[in-house]
Design a protein around this ligand. Structure first.
Ligand code: ADE
Ligand code: ZN
Length: 341
């Protein structure tokens, strides 16, 4: 065992006890099959599965697009404000069980407005659950509106227009969906407008796309964080830049295995990222589809890479320092991690 742990059970207990921030979580990707069936029944929506087991069996993906096809189909059961509330409340209950103290949550409004569900319905349901969780569990949160990059920049602009009445509830914008063929530069103008509105900026880059997309996200979109970023490691000059600028990477180990971004968890580059001085964090991405919430992601890499106590502490601290909490808000969480270390 790596330093300081007498047994795998002791390391698991340490992971469970660490206060964590989750910075890369698509709320629609937390839709568990059981809730999918319940909402399908409640809303009279047909789904092409006979049982929860059949749904889980369909979650075998060879790449990002395989997953996205099923992910967009799954979110079709989400229709009412109450549905978005229940989805978000279920995630926050799971997050609390994993000792997540702060969550920065993505949502994909275009996946809903395209089906005739109003933007206001989506965000009213999500924010009601976020407010409840703060009251009930003390979990703080921020919301990040993602543009779907397989759609046009004009459609992203129209989505940002719809968000304007809700800007007090939206911390930032992001970019997700099919990466290859849809470089960050496609969204230069809408990201510039979001920046001028005072929003934080993030983008998925270097998940399947080349290191050049990570550079574009930094140079053209001027993002504050990179989501995934794995393929940055192919470009030593980019790695040096990410390290020297302290850019946070929101890494998702189980997602990377399930979407074949890495061959196996034992090949995951997380330790290489830390060794290169990158500010990596551990996140669950779409936990219902990829086999685990945040603690399962920590556990999988800790076991496969024999992560030490110091490395786990660094990852947990990076979650808070890479968050959009201000330094005063981060401080008690960092102190709580320090007290465990
Ligand atoms: N949408 C939901 N999960 C995603 C991922 N891992 N990559 C790109 N788009 C996504
Ligand atoms: Zn993602």
């Amino acid at each position: 065992m790596a330093d300081g742990f007498a047994s795998p059970a002791e390391r698991a207990a340490f992971i469970a006890a660490l206060p964590k921030a989750e910075l890369h979580l698509h709320i629609e990707g937390s839709l568990e099959p059981e809730l999918m069936f319940a909402l399908a029944r409640r809303n009279g929506v047909a789904i092409p599965f006979a049982s929860v087991e059949e749904v889980r069996a369909a979650y075998a993906f060879s790449n990002l697009q395989d997953f996205l096809d099923i992910y967009y189909q799954g979110m079709g059961v989400l229709q009412t404000e109450q549905d978005f509330h229940d989805l978000t409340a279920a995630y926050l209950d799971r997050a609390r069980a994993d000792n997540v103290r702060h969550a920065e949550i993505f949502f994909d409004p275009q996946g809903h407005t395209a089906r005739g569900v109003a933007f206001g319905t989506v965000i009213a349901g999500i924010t009601r659950a976020l407010d409840d969780a703060r009251e009930r569990h003390g979990i703080t949160s921020k919301l990040i509106l993602c543009f779907l990059r397989h759609l046009s920049e004009e459609e992203a602009e129209a989505t940002l227009d719809e968000a304007l009445p809700w800007l007090d509830r939206i911390a930032g914008v992001g970019l997700d969906s099919s990466e290859v063929g849809h470089p960050p530069s496609k969204f230069a103008r809408v990201f510039a407008r979001a920046r001028s509105l005072g929003l934080k900026l993030v983008a998925h880059a270097g998940e399947e796309g080349p290191p050049e997309y990570v550079r574009e996200a930094l140079d053209v979109l001027k993002v504050d964080r990179i989501d995934h970023g794995n393929r940055s490691l192919e470009d030593p000059a980019l790695v040096a830049r990410l390290a020297s600028e302290g850019v946070c990477l929101t890494v998702c180990p189980l997602s990377n295995v399930r979407l074949c971004v890495v061959g196996a968890i034992a090949d995951h580059p997380l330790r290489a990222m830390l060794d290169a001085g990158l500010h990596a964090t551990v996140n669950s991405d779409d936990p219902s589809y990829f086999g685990g919430y945040v603690n399962a992601n920590y556990q999988a890499v800790a076991d496969a890479l024999d992560l030490s106590r110091a490395e786990l502490v660094e990852l947990a601290c990076n979650g808070f320092t890479g968050s959009f909490l201000d330094a005063e808000e981060q401080a008690p969480h960092l102190a709580a991690i320090d007290a465990l270390a």
